[in-house]
Design a protein around this ligand. Structure first.
Ligand SMILES: O=C(O)C1=C[C@@H](OP(=O)(O)O)[C@@H](O)[C@H](O)C1
Ligand SMILES: C=C(OP(=O)(O)O)C(=O)O
Length: 430
């Protein structure tokens, strides 16, 4: 499926989908428990992969009245009957790898082309340090993976600058080991707020875990409690596209995004980024509403060390803003569904923006008048597709984005929401 977006204004109210990160963790935490109800979950391609994994380990996941009723495997994952297909989801792959290391047998994990190109080596190494078996079938640190245990816990040393999901995975699994897991970080931790989300979810399920002077520690011998219901907050990464749409193409009255309650999500930093760029934006935290109106934006410097998923959105904002937008500390953003630094540089150039790409910095030399509609590649990556769609709202003429169906990974219905806000768009088969 492709989508054609014609320059248009957007306005009105929209609700962002529930958080992907919280949903993954809540489903798996429910799996680690006897059972739990995940209320208002994100049901998307990625979270369905985590549901499949919980079922593969012996749990069940039923959708009732929009909630997920999960029966868990009570800390003892069974040996799956079949390979676990993690599809496009890095979070599923990492979180399930550590869970598989608790099993008394082997689990095989694989996924799509993109997933099978992403780095798993440091997590496999961590599982081996704990006495488990963890192999990449091709010996290149990428899926397909073969993982088994049972591990009893211990101390691991792991880099923090590849993926915070390794830390999340070890904390979630470590709670039900005999000895717990001490994680020593070999480098500074990137994407750190995602570990804060993990600690928040673990706490809600009655699991103790904490930051230490050298990393993180989770004591062993714990039991995940039954939580009913566990409510999932709105997703700020998904909101970033709606907020950006309001800032660059808002009609009179602007765009109001609902479901924006404060949580541990680092990506709520998008509000601050827009403010610094000069957007007319206000966040009513009590009401959970963010209102943004179209304004002239100015380039700023943004460090995305904590917020990698905001890079595509900020890159588009930078292309519309006057002056340079420097996105720094972004090397780890190259390790996502695609190399998002390269992908955004390439596609924004196709739309007429001037861009300088360095290993850990992306500079966009902005100016709205530069953007002209063109056919751009979505790189089979939901965030590239959604951010380019926002660029299409301001580019002269029509912008064709390939691979529009990939939004199902994190924001099913994204184009319906954009259309309802007034965007002129047409989804069609290639
Ligand atoms: O734990 C999570 O829910 C996530 C962590 C981040 O990945 P890294 O920790 O690999 O940077 C983020 O990019 C991803 O979309 C979701
Ligand atoms: C990188 C992402 O997710 P994951 O790592 O779970 O594939 C994302 O949603 O942008």
């Amino acid at each position: 499926m492709d989508v054609d977006i014609t320059r248009s204004r957007v306005g009105g109210r929209a609700r962002a989908p529930p958080s992907k990160s919280y949903t993954h963790r809540a489903i798996l935490a429910a799996g680690y428990s006897d059972g739990a109800v995940v209320a208002d979950p994100l049901v998307s391609a990625d979270t369905r992969a985590t549901m499949r994994a919980v079922e593969a380990f012996g749990g069940t996941v039923d959708r009732t009245d929009g909630d997920l009723d999960v029966t868990g495997f009570a800390g003892r994952p069974g040996v799956p009957d079949d390979v676990i297909d993690c599809a496009n989801s890095g979070t599923t792959t990492r979180l399930v790898t550590a869970c598989a290391a608790l099993g008394d047998g082997l689990t095989v994990l694989t996924g799509d082309d993109s997933l099978r190109s992403r780095p798993q080596g440091p997590l496999l190494d961590a599982v081996e340090q704990l006495g488990g078996r963890a192999e990449s079938t091709r010996g290149n640190g990428q899926a397909p993976l073969v993982v088994g245990g049972p591990i009893a816990g211990g101390t691991v040393s792991i880099p923090g600058d590849v993926s915070s999901q390794y830390i999340t995975a070890l904390l979630m699994a470590g709670a039900v080991t005999d000895d717990g897991i001490d994680i020593d970080l070999e480098t500074e931790l990137k994407s750190a707020p995602y570990v804060d989300i993990t600690l928040e979810v673990l706490d809600a399920f009655g699991i103790e875990a904490a930051e230490t002077t050298t990393g993180y520690r989770v004591p062993g011998g714990q039991r995940y409690e039954r939580v009913d219901p566990y409510p999932v907050p709105g997703d700020f990464s998904s909101m970033s596209y709606l907020l950006a749409a309001g800032a660059v193409a808002g009609a009179e009255g602007g765009v109001v995004v609902e479901g924006a309650y404060p949580s541990a999500q680092g990506d709520s930093a998008i509000v601050d980024v827009l403010e610094r760029m000069g957007a007319d934006i206000s966040w009513d935290r009590e009401a959970g509403e963010i209102t943004v109106r179209r304004s002239d934006l100015t380039g700023v410097e943004v460090d995305v060390g904590d917020t990698p998923d905001l890079l595509p959105t900020i890159a588009v904002l930078g292309a519309v803003a006057d002056g340079d937008t420097r996105i720094v500390n972004c090397e780890h953003v190259r390790l996502k569904e695609t190399d998002r630094v390269r992908a955004m540089a390439t596609e924004l150039e196709t739309l007429g923006a001037a861009v300088t790409e360095e290993e850990d910095t992306l500079t966009i030399h902005g100016g709205e008048s530069d953007l002209r509609g063109a056919t751009v590649a979505g790189h089979d990556d939901h965030r590239i597709v959604m951010s380019l769609a926002i660029a299409g709202l301001v580019a002269e003429g029509t912008t064709a984005v390939a691979g529009a169906d990939h939004v199902d990974v994190s924001f099913p219905g994204f184009f319906d929401v954009l259309y309802d806000l007034g965007a002129e768009l047409d989804e069609h088969e290639r």
